[in-house]
Write a protein that binds this ligand. Structure first.
Ligand code: BTN
Length: 224
């Protein structure tokens, strides 16, 4: 897989798309030390100060659900060598109840872009994030070479990419952390306060109040 580095960009997802439009071949990964317009799910800002790993994989076009599961699992496998962590459905990497990483899947006409952000060496976060975000440095006092972590992540993406969706999902499902209650905000404005009991391989969410397809979900607000 070709690997490209830039010190700073708007978003590595945008840069991966830009490289593809410019004729670079699949698969590729781009990474940056900072992003000026890092984005998360639901168009939220992904704070991208120096110290974090910000990267995007452009892979052959595939189903968004498979890409989400692949991105979450590859991030999990990378992080677990340093710290006990869990996946909070669908795409949050969590350590001790705080978010340490996330995955953003976007499609182009010819490729699937899996953006991954992992908090590695950050010594702190802006006030509004402090209670909810953590880094490997804050958890373990580790100060890591970002490219070495990226290379482990690349290896994990490559290994997982070879596997079929059923086997990826069965590994992903076992790692899901579903204990807290949440509000599922659905398209159309409805919010459902519930506990997620399980998720099936179509990422259909089972709750005590019924089933909700992930496609209908705008965001899941977890009880803090
Ligand atoms: C989320 O949890 O909401 C997803 C966060 C994804 C952040 C990564 S950082 C690298 C890539 N570039 C972006 O702009 N976003 C993703």
């Amino acid at each position: 897989m070709d690997k490209y580095f830039v010190p700073v960009c708007t978003s590595t997802n945008d840069l991966a798309k830009f490289f593809l439009e410019g004729g670079k071949k699949l698969p590729l990964v781009v990474w940056a030390k900072t992003q000026t317009k890092g984005r998360g799910q639901q168009r939220r800002i992904w704070v991208s100060e120096e110290g974090g790993l910000y990267c995007s994989f452009a892979l052959e076009k595939q189903d968004s659900k498979k890409a989400l599961v692949l991105g979450a699992l590859a991030s999990y496998r990378t992080l677990i060598t340093y710290v006990p962590c869990k996946i909070r459905f669908p795409n949050d990497l969590m350590v001790e109840g705080k978010k340490i990483g996330g995955v953003l899947v976007e499609q182009t006409s010819s490729a699937t872009v899996i953006g991954i952000g992992v908090n590695i060496n950050q010594k702190g976060f802006p006030d509004d994030l402090k209670r909810y975000a953590t880094s490997l440095f804050l958890e373990k006092g580790l100060f890591l070479n970002l490219e070495e972590v990226l290379d482990i992540l690349i290896k994990n993406v490559q290994d997982l990419h070879l596997r079929d969706y059923e086997s990826l999902f069965s590994e992903y499902e076992k790692l899901l952390f579903l204990k807290s209650r949440c509000t599922i905000h659905l398209k159309g404005g409805r919010g459902v306060d519930c506990k997620i009991e399980g998720v099936d391989k179509d990422l259909l969410i089972y709750t005590e109040l019924g089933k909700f397809p992930l496609e209908e979900v705008i965001w899941i607000e977890w009880e803090r």
